[in-house]
Design a binder for this molecule. Structure first.
Ligand code: SF4
Length: 173
């Protein structure tokens, strides 16, 4: 299965980047503790529930290719939180669809998302195990990836103008 072709069916922008562009920075992981998104300690896909970065690096090192995925959403204005919420929901649904397409393809891959996992109305963390560990998608930031820097360093647009929100994800394979 051609991962890039599958990704292109679901995302506006699919950019193949050098694998070395994916750098795990402990400072980015540490930023999760400030809990600006409200998911820290509330989601199996967010710290502190995640493996340490050295374990994650070992996992990442098994892959040789990386595609940055992004999707632009129109907002009514800069305070359109409903539009932002709908956008992230749509983006995460696209990632789940890509996961479904790639599953069973025989190609080892790992999808990297945006934000905490929102597959369930309420995450079971920490009382019960994750309901869908095979579908759960961990965000680029929770993996310690400085997304804006990766985009900038590789000439990709992360700001697509006023009243838009761009969500980013990725796939290693
Ligand atoms: S699948 Fe459900 S239980 Fe698992 S991390 Fe996502 S929201 Fe939480």
């Amino acid at each position: 299965m051609n991962v890039l072709e599958e990704a292109k069916k679901l995302f506006q922008n699919c950019d193949e980047l050098p694998r070395e562009a994916v750098i795990l920075n402990p400072e980015v992981r540490d930023m999760c503790e400030s809990n600006t998104c409200g998911q820290y300690g509330r989601n199996w896909a967010c710290p502190p529930a995640l493996a340490p970065l050295d374990e994650i690096k070992e996992k990442f090192d098994k892959f040789s290719n990386f595609i940055m995925l992004s999707q632009i959403y129109e907002l009514e204005d800069s305070m359109d939180f409903e539009g932002m919420t709908e956008g992230i929901k749509d983006f995460q649904e696209r990632l789940v669809k890509l996961n479904k397409e790639l599953k069973g393809s025989g190609t080892p891959y790992l999808i990297l998302g945006a934000g905490g996992c929102s597959l369930c109305a309420k995450c079971t963390y920490p009382e019960q195990p994750c309901r869908r560990p095979d579908d759960m998608i961990i965000s680029l930031e929770a993996y310690g990836i400085e997304v804006i820097k990766v985009m900038k360093d590789n000439g990709l647009k992360y700001n697509n103008g006023p009243n838009t929100m761009t969500y980013m994800g990725g796939v290693l394979y």
